[in-house]
Write a protein that binds this ligand. Sequence first.
Ligand code: SAM
Length: 289
Amino acid sequence: MDQPFVDILYTQNWDSSTKFSIKVTKPLHSEVTPYQRIDFFESDTYGTFFTLDGLMMVTQKDEFAYHDMIAHVPMATNPDIKRVLIIGGGDGGTSREICRYKHIEKVDLVEIDERVMQLCQQYLPQTAGHIATETRLHPHFEDGLKYVKNTPDGSYDLILVDSTDPIGSGEGLFTTDFYRECFRVLSGDGILINQHESPYYNFHVREMRKAHRKIKEVFPIVKVYQYNIATYPSGHWLFGFASKRYDPILDHQAKRWEEFGLKTMYYNSQIHEGAFALPTFVNEMLAGT
Ligand code: SAM
């Protein structure tokens, strides 16, 4: 009998004119938590992957693109970052990349749904394997907005918002209130990276433009960079870069980053420079915000 395909939603407001499917060799686990539905699958093409409320989160095959680009772009802009806050990111991919820097002192990871982390530890050791043993990593299971509101000024050099889309529990992480709290808890040379969605589908474009406008109200330096990831809607995805002091191109520390000697599959110093050169249609989308 043919293996069944699993349809991956492009947005929670299902766009019936586009569809992405993966043939699964084995369903691994499904459950509904107080926050979301979690499904883990096995596939030949993408290896183990999981979805939250039907939306793709992480696949074994292409997670490197997302996790390289969220972690190494800010680290190569300010290689002296030592205190990192990750919001979301229960799969562990982002903290895995950050913890590769030996000089990082602490990483607080604030994930609203403890089950995401537990299941990733069970089914996705590629991203979550370090969580049990990495002594600099401190998981907290609560809402990211609540956590930053209770955090003293200047506590972190870098905040990575590794969240779901701005729907449901992720919604509060795309508000001006949240960005103001991030600004407050960042040190004087702090950097914030967050999801900027895809420039192709209406829902993503609307949310990306809203997020960009709100971040510009709060941070003096705001840029957008792009990367490709096969299993996210359209494969063309954006991150927002916001900073109090550093410009990701003018202050790019390519030589210092290369001296760390990290082997990466997606990120390199040329990608860093090129990622901030956006297609005209993306620049136009952002200009109007
Ligand atoms: N790389 C993924 C992507 O872009 O689709 C995101 C991965 S990570 C699994 C996203 C995590 O954010 C989820 O595990 C979810 O539980 C968590 N999350 C959503 N809203 C949150 C909130 N308000 N506070 C903390 N974590 C949150």
